[in-house]
Design a protein around this ligand. Structure first.
Ligand code: OOB
Length: 530
């Protein structure tokens, strides 16, 4: 791995005194497993393993990966569905001090190939199939374009729960702690550009992230966390997520899907106390509660985040789930804001809460980066003990993503209420938030422009009852229908969640005063055209 830009020596000294530990995540993992050895660590399907068993599996996996030439300091691209195997692989890589790049299961060949081009991983590790995804295409493309990468694929046919118990290497492994300001993990950015960006999170900052969230959500050894969203996403990995629950000796329950049938059963069976969802899913489950009447009495906290939650939905969701709602507004780049369990109902329903760390620096600025007076809406800039200073190997893109003082530009429009809670009011980055999944308009536009019938195009978010926002593509050119366009983009390898939901052909572009395509007008036109 190349070195990355982190905190100044002064900041480091301050954070080591006030926020960070000296350990790495792999070292902390060993401490948890020793301290909570006999407790249940992970449940998946009919399998339950204790912390001691989890540690043993990770040790065996570590040796197995080393036999496959996985090395300290090298990147390894992981694209695994939620499973015990994923958790075991993740900790094994962290103990070797190889750097996992966490691709989402739904990402396809273009993304995976692009990520490999940037980070140069030595290995790609995935399952062969996952729901309607077949990784054959990804693997073929990788073999063609990156023959230097070793590919490891696990068959879900013989091992449907992806327990990966067969991966047991021989010999012994000596764990080597090392510097905890090294990169621990590379997360994927939601993206605003055509190519994906990699977020380098260090051991010190990522650990601070999950430990702080574990404290705020009141986790302890009796807590049971249900993992529904992709484990590779920051929300479910570290806010407090998988890492947070394991850090306190609680129980992690892995759901196979986002379906409420399965979820309700898991909550009742395992006494789930906390889970995290995106608004769309929370709304769906809240409706199902009405007619299914599940036993959700063990639930204490329902975290909802990743996309805007309508206040009216917040009220209904909190009532139907019968537990405390926590709104979470955060980013994989670091900064997290959330409502607290003892906040007023007004704050929980109408705001996205406060920063999780007293050391987060937040500024709300106007178009010229000038700080705005209290109460006004502007772009949120952030800096602090767990927010990155640059994307990995992103060159010029870092110049626009951060300002001269090293603040990360969230691209979100926010307002701070008088009680100090943030309200997310909109977005300036060209991104579509489709049910919590982030799509860079530029990525879809670039592919559309390659079609011979399309002369010019613009992709915008359009308000949607079910998805929050849908992807609407506007185009000038020879008319085609939506399914033709979707087939074409699918053929090009675009992930299913990034395919346009709506297509509108127009004759000329509405323009802003400075002559840019007026995307706000387009969004309104998309709403009217539906
Ligand atoms: C989470 O992380 P990302 O990296 O997938 O996306 C970050 C972006 C934010 O900049 C914002 O545009 C949007 O997602 N967002 C929200 C939101 N939470 C995230 N917009 C409105 N309301 C919210 N509550 O999405 C993420 C990471 C950690 C925890 C929670 C969410």
């Amino acid at each position: 791995m190349d070195p990355i830009k982190t905190w100044t020596p002064e900041e480091q000294e301050f954070y080591y005194q006030n926020a960070w530990l000296k350990s790495t995540i792999g070292g902390e993992f060993e401490q948890w497993c020793r301290a909570y050895a006999d407790r249940t660590a992970v449940v998946s399907g009919s399998v339950e393993i204790t912390y001691a068993e989890l540690f043993e599996r990770v040790e065996k996996m570590t040796l197995w990966l080393m036999e496959k030439n996985v090395r300290r300091g090298e990147c390894v691209l992981l694209q695994m569905p939620n499973s015990i195997g994923f958790i075991v692989l993740l900790f094994a890589l962290l103990r070797i001090r190889a750097v996992p790049i966490l691709a989402l299961p739904a990402q396809r060949a273009i993304d995976v190939v692009a990520l490999c081009g940037i980070a140069g991983p030595t290995h790609y590790i995935s399952a062969d199939r996952y729901f309607n995804m077949d990784y054959g295409e990804v693997i073929d493309r990788l073999k063609e374009e990156h023959p230097e990468i070793d590919i490891i694929t696990f068959s879900s046919e013989n091992d449907p729960d992806l327990l990966l118990t067969d991966c047991a290497g021989c010999g012994s492994f000596t764990f080597n702690e090392g510097n905890n300001l090294d990169v621990a993990i590379l997360l994927l950015s939601g993206g605003t550009t055509g190519t994906p960006k990699l977020i380098p999170r260090t051991h010190a900052d990522y650990s601070y992230n999950y430990r702080t969230m574990a404290g705020i959500t009141g986790l302890d050894g009796d807590s049971v966390y249900l993992n529904i969203l992709p484990t590779a996403h920051n929300f479910s990995l570290s806010c407090p997520g998988v890492f947070g629950i394991l850090s306190v000796g609680g129980k992690l329950v892995i759901a196979r899907s986002g379906s409420f049938d399965e979820g309700f059963e898991l909550i009742a069976e395992h006494g789930v106390t906390i889970t995290a969802m995106v608004p769309t899913l929370a709304k769906l489950w809240a409706d199902a509660v009405e007619w299914d009447e599940p036993d959700l009495s063990s639930l204490k906290v329902l975290q909802v985040g990743g996309a805007r939650l309508d206040p009216q939905d917040a009220v209904v969701i909190q009532k139907r789930f019968g537990c405390r709602l926590q709104q979470v507004f955060g980013t994989a780049e670091g900064f997290i804001c959330c409502t607290r369990l003892d906040d007023s109902d007004d704050a929980v329903v109408n705001s996205q809460g406060k920063p999780i760390s007293p050391y987060d620096n937040c500024v709300i600025v106007d178009d010229n980066d000038r700080p705005l007076p209290q109460g006004e809406i502007g772009e949120l800039l952030v800096k602090g003990p767990y927010t990155i200073h640059e994307y990995y190997r992103a060159g010029e893109k870092n110049l626009t993503a951060f300002n001269a003082e090293g603040y990360y530009r969230m691209g979100d429009l926010v307002r701070m209420r008088d009680d100090g809670n943030f309200e997310v009011r909109g977005r300036i980055k060209e991104q579509i938030n489709r049910a919590g999944e982030k799509i860079a308009a530029a990525e879809v536009e670039t592919l559309l422009l390659e079609h011979p019938c399309i002369e010019s195009c613009a992709v915008v978010p359009v308000k949607d009852e079910v998805l929050g926002e849908r992807i609407c593509a506007f185009a000038i050119g020879e008319e085609m229908n939506l399914s033709e366009v979707r087939d074409y983009l699918r053929e090009k390898g675009l992930a299913l969640f990034k395919l346009p939901d709506q297509l509108v052909f127009i004759d000329s572009w509405p323009l802003t005063a400075v002559g840019k395509i007026d995307k706000k007008r387009l969004a309104a036109m998309g709403e009217d055209a539906a």
